[in-house]
Ligand binder design. Structure first.
Ligand code: ZN
Length: 167
Protein backbone atom coordinates (compact mmCIF):
# COMPACT_ATOMS: atom_id res chain seq x y z
CA UNK A 1 0.00 0.00 0.00
CA UNK A 2 1.13 3.47 -0.81
CA UNK A 3 0.50 6.69 1.02
CA UNK A 4 -0.91 9.03 -1.61
CA UNK A 5 -0.31 12.76 -1.88
CA UNK A 6 -3.32 14.75 -0.71
CA UNK A 7 -4.22 17.69 -2.95
CA UNK A 8 -4.87 20.97 -1.22
CA UNK A 9 -7.10 23.92 -2.03
CA UNK A 10 -7.26 25.55 -4.59
CA UNK A 11 -6.35 22.51 -6.72
CA UNK A 12 -8.93 22.42 -9.57
CA UNK A 13 -9.68 18.68 -9.07
CA UNK A 14 -11.22 19.57 -5.69
CA UNK A 15 -13.72 21.87 -7.40
CA UNK A 16 -14.85 19.34 -10.02
CA UNK A 17 -17.97 17.17 -9.88
CA UNK A 18 -16.75 13.55 -9.71
CA UNK A 19 -17.80 10.78 -12.14
CA UNK A 20 -19.64 7.59 -11.10
CA UNK A 21 -17.67 4.33 -10.85
CA UNK A 22 -19.02 1.66 -13.21
CA UNK A 23 -17.15 -1.37 -11.87
CA UNK A 24 -14.50 -2.40 -9.37
CA UNK A 25 -11.38 -2.89 -11.47
CA UNK A 26 -8.00 -3.96 -10.02
CA UNK A 27 -6.95 -0.29 -10.29
CA UNK A 28 -9.96 0.85 -8.22
CA UNK A 29 -9.22 -1.89 -5.65
CA UNK A 30 -5.66 -0.64 -5.34
CA UNK A 31 -6.87 2.95 -5.05
CA UNK A 32 -9.28 1.94 -2.24
CA UNK A 33 -6.46 0.24 -0.28
CA UNK A 34 -4.18 3.24 -0.77
CA UNK A 35 -6.91 5.69 0.23
CA UNK A 36 -7.68 3.85 3.50
CA UNK A 37 -3.96 3.79 4.30
CA UNK A 38 -3.56 7.46 3.38
CA UNK A 39 -6.58 8.45 5.49
CA UNK A 40 -5.20 6.70 8.59
CA UNK A 41 -1.64 7.91 8.13
CA UNK A 42 -2.83 11.49 7.67
CA UNK A 43 -4.82 11.26 10.92
CA UNK A 44 -8.12 11.64 9.09
CA UNK A 45 -11.59 10.17 9.66
CA UNK A 46 -12.56 10.37 5.99
CA UNK A 47 -11.15 10.81 2.50
CA UNK A 48 -12.73 11.35 -0.93
CA UNK A 49 -11.07 10.21 -4.17
CA UNK A 50 -10.84 13.76 -5.63
CA UNK A 51 -8.58 14.64 -2.66
CA UNK A 52 -5.98 12.24 -4.05
CA UNK A 53 -6.44 13.37 -7.65
CA UNK A 54 -9.10 10.92 -8.88
CA UNK A 55 -12.32 12.61 -9.89
CA UNK A 56 -14.54 9.58 -9.20
CA UNK A 57 -17.37 8.93 -6.73
CA UNK A 58 -15.52 6.99 -4.06
CA UNK A 59 -15.11 7.76 -0.35
CA UNK A 60 -13.43 6.01 2.58
CA UNK A 61 -14.13 6.75 6.21
CA UNK A 62 -13.74 5.51 9.77
CA UNK A 63 -15.50 7.37 12.55
CA UNK A 64 -13.42 5.56 15.21
CA UNK A 65 -10.32 7.36 13.93
CA UNK A 66 -6.77 6.38 12.98
CA UNK A 67 -5.88 5.05 16.45
CA UNK A 68 -8.74 2.55 16.80
CA UNK A 69 -9.43 1.76 13.12
CA UNK A 70 -12.49 -0.29 14.11
CA UNK A 71 -15.00 0.85 11.51
CA UNK A 72 -13.35 1.27 8.10
CA UNK A 73 -15.94 1.89 5.40
CA UNK A 74 -15.76 2.23 1.62
CA UNK A 75 -18.66 3.62 -0.39
CA UNK A 76 -18.77 4.01 -4.15
CA UNK A 77 -21.45 6.12 -5.86
CA UNK A 78 -23.02 7.22 -2.56
CA UNK A 79 -26.52 8.72 -2.70
CA UNK A 80 -28.39 10.25 0.24
CA UNK A 81 -31.93 9.41 1.25
CA UNK A 82 -33.87 10.14 4.44
CA UNK A 83 -31.88 13.08 5.78
CA UNK A 84 -33.39 14.43 9.00
CA UNK A 85 -32.64 16.79 11.87
CA UNK A 86 -30.17 19.64 11.97
CA UNK A 87 -26.78 19.89 13.56
CA UNK A 88 -24.05 22.52 13.51
CA UNK A 89 -20.60 20.97 13.32
CA UNK A 90 -17.12 22.45 13.47
CA UNK A 91 -15.09 20.80 10.71
CA UNK A 92 -11.63 20.67 9.24
CA UNK A 93 -10.33 19.01 6.08
CA UNK A 94 -7.07 17.35 5.01
CA UNK A 95 -7.20 19.45 1.83
CA UNK A 96 -7.52 22.74 3.74
CA UNK A 97 -4.56 23.04 6.15
CA UNK A 98 -5.30 25.19 9.24
CA UNK A 99 -8.88 25.92 8.09
CA UNK A 100 -11.87 25.21 10.31
CA UNK A 101 -15.46 26.17 9.71
CA UNK A 102 -18.90 25.74 11.28
CA UNK A 103 -21.23 23.88 8.93
CA UNK A 104 -24.97 23.14 9.09
CA UNK A 105 -25.48 19.42 8.62
CA UNK A 106 -28.27 16.88 8.91
CA UNK A 107 -28.24 15.00 12.17
CA UNK A 108 -29.07 11.65 10.68
CA UNK A 109 -28.71 10.34 7.13
CA UNK A 110 -29.13 7.19 5.10
CA UNK A 111 -26.66 6.58 2.30
CA UNK A 112 -27.03 3.99 -0.44
CA UNK A 113 -24.16 2.90 -2.64
CA UNK A 114 -21.77 0.08 -3.39
CA UNK A 115 -19.01 -1.40 -1.21
CA UNK A 116 -15.51 -2.45 -2.27
CA UNK A 117 -16.84 -5.87 -3.35
CA UNK A 118 -19.38 -4.30 -5.70
CA UNK A 119 -22.32 -5.18 -3.40
CA UNK A 120 -25.22 -2.77 -2.82
CA UNK A 121 -25.12 -1.31 0.65
CA UNK A 122 -27.22 1.00 2.77
CA UNK A 123 -25.70 2.87 5.71
CA UNK A 124 -27.86 4.53 8.36
CA UNK A 125 -25.82 7.00 10.36
CA UNK A 126 -26.14 9.68 12.97
CA UNK A 127 -23.76 11.85 14.96
CA UNK A 128 -20.13 11.94 13.83
CA UNK A 129 -20.55 9.25 11.18
CA UNK A 130 -23.42 11.18 9.56
CA UNK A 131 -21.30 14.33 9.50
CA UNK A 132 -18.30 12.59 7.94
CA UNK A 133 -20.55 11.11 5.24
CA UNK A 134 -21.90 14.57 4.37
CA UNK A 135 -18.42 16.12 4.39
CA UNK A 136 -16.96 13.46 2.09
CA UNK A 137 -19.94 13.49 -0.29
CA UNK A 138 -19.53 17.28 -0.58
CA UNK A 139 -16.10 16.56 -2.10
CA UNK A 140 -17.76 14.47 -4.83
CA UNK A 141 -19.82 17.52 -5.79
CA UNK A 142 -16.67 19.65 -6.01
CA UNK A 143 -17.55 21.34 -2.76
CA UNK A 144 -15.20 21.95 0.18
CA UNK A 145 -15.50 23.71 3.54
CA UNK A 146 -14.57 27.08 2.00
CA UNK A 147 -17.87 26.89 0.10
CA UNK A 148 -19.66 26.74 3.46
CA UNK A 149 -17.71 29.66 4.92
CA UNK A 150 -18.57 33.36 4.92
CA UNK A 151 -17.13 35.47 2.10
CA UNK A 152 -14.81 37.23 4.55
CA UNK A 153 -13.51 33.99 5.99
CA UNK A 154 -12.90 32.61 2.51
CA UNK A 155 -11.08 35.75 1.37
CA UNK A 156 -8.83 35.60 4.41
CA UNK A 157 -8.00 31.97 3.69
CA UNK A 158 -7.35 32.74 0.00
CA UNK A 159 -4.83 35.37 1.09
CA UNK A 160 -3.14 32.90 3.42
CA UNK A 161 -2.94 30.21 0.71
CA UNK A 162 -1.44 32.68 -1.80
CA UNK A 163 1.21 33.62 0.72
CA UNK A 164 2.09 29.92 1.26
CA UNK A 165 2.41 29.44 -2.50
CA UNK A 166 4.93 32.29 -2.67
CA UNK A 167 7.04 31.06 0.27
ZN1 ZN B 1 -12.51 17.22 3.35
Amino acid sequence: MTKLRILTYPDPVLAKKAEPVAEITPEIKQLIDDMVQTMYESDGVGLAAPQVGHSIRLITLDDTGPKERKNPMVILNPVFSDCTGKKESEESCLSLPTFTCKVNRFDSVTVKGMNEKGEDIEVKAEGLLAIILQHECDHLEGKTLVDHASRLKRTMYDTKVKKWQKD
